[in-house]
Design a protein around this ligand. Structure first.
Ligand SMILES: [Zn+2]
Ligand SMILES: [Zn+2]
Length: 128
């Protein structure tokens, strides 16, 4: 299942800082509820993998319009949040290994039990 929270990108592009930050807080609270549901549900607990990420960062302040835009290689645009939890992953690991979005696909394929013809590396550092 893929959940996409449109608010942070849409409100970021609108340039409305308060709505942008609020939409991030709403997404965060919904993900918190989802994590709690999974953890406390007899069917899903201990056998559900959850990966949370964003599809891009945003410009840092003073770069091409700041937070309301994105799409270049500045430090802000090229940094993502990535959180993964589930029975196959180590707990409490904060990896400093440089990764790209394209590392997510082979990692998910590994979790689902198949390989893809891709030159990108699986994020083995996350696995037990
Ligand atoms: Zn956008
Ligand atoms: Zn940028």
């Amino acid at each position: 299942m893929l959940l996409h929270f449109r608010g942070p990108d849409a409100y970021g592009h609108s340039g409305d800082w308060n709505k942008y930050v609020n939409s991030i807080a709403v997404a965060d609270s919904l993900l918190f509820e989802l994590c709690n549901f999974i953890d406390t549900n007899d069917f899903y607990s201990g056998k559900t993998t959850l990966i949370m990420t964003n599809d891009h960062g945003r410009h840092l302040d003073n770069i091409a319009g700041g937070f309301s835009e994105h799409g270049d290689q500045c430090v802000g645009c090229s940094h993502l949040n990535f959180y993964a939890t589930g029975p196959d992953f180590k707990e409490g690991v904060i990896s400093s290994k440089k990764r790209e979005q394209t590392n997510i696909l082979p990692t998910v394929a590994e979790l689902l039990g198949f390989q893809i013809d891709d030159s990108k590396e699986i994020m083995w550092e996350l696995f037990k």
